[in-house]
Design a protein around this ligand. Sequence first.
Ligand SMILES: *Cc1c(COP(=O)(O)O)cnc(C)c1O
Length: 442
Amino acid sequence: MQNHAQNNAELIHRSLSSVWHPCSQMKQYETFPLIPLECGKGVWLYDFEGNRYLDAVSSWWVNLFGHCNPRINAALKDQLERLEHAMLAGFTHEPVIELSERLRGIAPAGLGHCFYGSDGASATEIALKMSAHYWRNMGKPAKTQFISLKNSYHGETLGALSVTDVTLFRDAYGALISQQATVESPDTRLAAPGESFEDFAKRCAAMLDDHLQRHHEKIAAFIIEPLVQGAAGMAVHHPIYLTLARQICDRYGVHLIADEIAVGMGRTGTMFACEQGRISPDFLLLSKGITGGYLPLSVVMTKDEIYHAFYDDNSARGFLHSHSYTGNPLACRAALATLDIFLQDDVLNANRRKAEYLNRISEPLRGMPAVRNWRNTGMIWAFEVDSRLDNFPQRCFQMGLQHELLLRPMGSTVYFMPPYVVDDEEMQLLVERTMLVVEALA
Ligand SMILES: *Cc1c(COP(=O)(O)O)cnc(C)c1O
């Protein structure tokens, strides 16, 4: 025990003196200490002091089938003995080919071409560049602007921040960003009293129509997180918005970019959120869960018409973008193993049953006086907590840990986005312990 405590303290010290942690005010680690992890298994993360934490946020929305999943591990070990990495310009390999073919087979119709990046933000960059470059190749060089929803989040590189509407980032980095316009979000929490979510979505779509009518000549694309705006605090909207947005974008000759980095791969109950609006976007962005939460990989899928606008003898008409690790074979193999699990375990159906179960057992939680706006889409649950604490997110995170939960609220929004391998007993624990946390902080 003595050894463990020493080891733990030493790891914290070494991390704080050498690692600059993301999404963190480093000074806060004086008050809320780092937790060195020893290992993970299934939904659980284990520290060096004998504590475990149920990863209720899937480690920032990436994990699908648990930590150290035996099937994904086996696929990676096999790939490791064949080819770890090679450049994808001038070369190709089976994992990237098979992944592209299989994604084309399951994605909404028409998305037959896969361009790879290493993370979500780079997928956003690729789609924005590809869209504007398409219009330029088509003789419409004025179409260089983009629009996104209010409170949108599409990544944190400078290009991605230009279509990200988060006050904190706009205040800090606004001077570096080419600021793009936003349109009203169909976030159900913003519906007028008595207005149905569907009517509100239609009203927001009318505002999108109005904006495009006036500005479409300069607009290349509209980028949206379909069904759930994650970083906005799991803001959900009615799928009719997607259906209407598709029609409106078509009417004005504007690309529709579906950023399914967080909501794709079964998270909203269908493999892709766009399916619920019965639409095919012009660009589909995937990352996060695509490798089961193992390795960085992103993909931008697009259709023939866009692909062919770049196909030419002139290299300046070709798409100009590359990353060192584009199409990394290990990451592609992890993605293939992830797709295998979806098939072998009939995951979408299994998740439907799990979601019903969690909804049923969470009645007492959603009935608590401090809990507002309970919402559920597929394997995402969220609610706001009435609390007077100004450091509610940190306190909630801390108190969650004391109850064996990894919760990471955004403002007053607490959400569950557990790995799909979560079982009944673990869901029970999640709900019961969350009630204790809410009770203590409300
Ligand atoms: C996480 C996320 C991104 C950015 O992905 P990174 O891998 O963190 O760069 C972009 N869009 C959405 C909707 C996301 O949730």
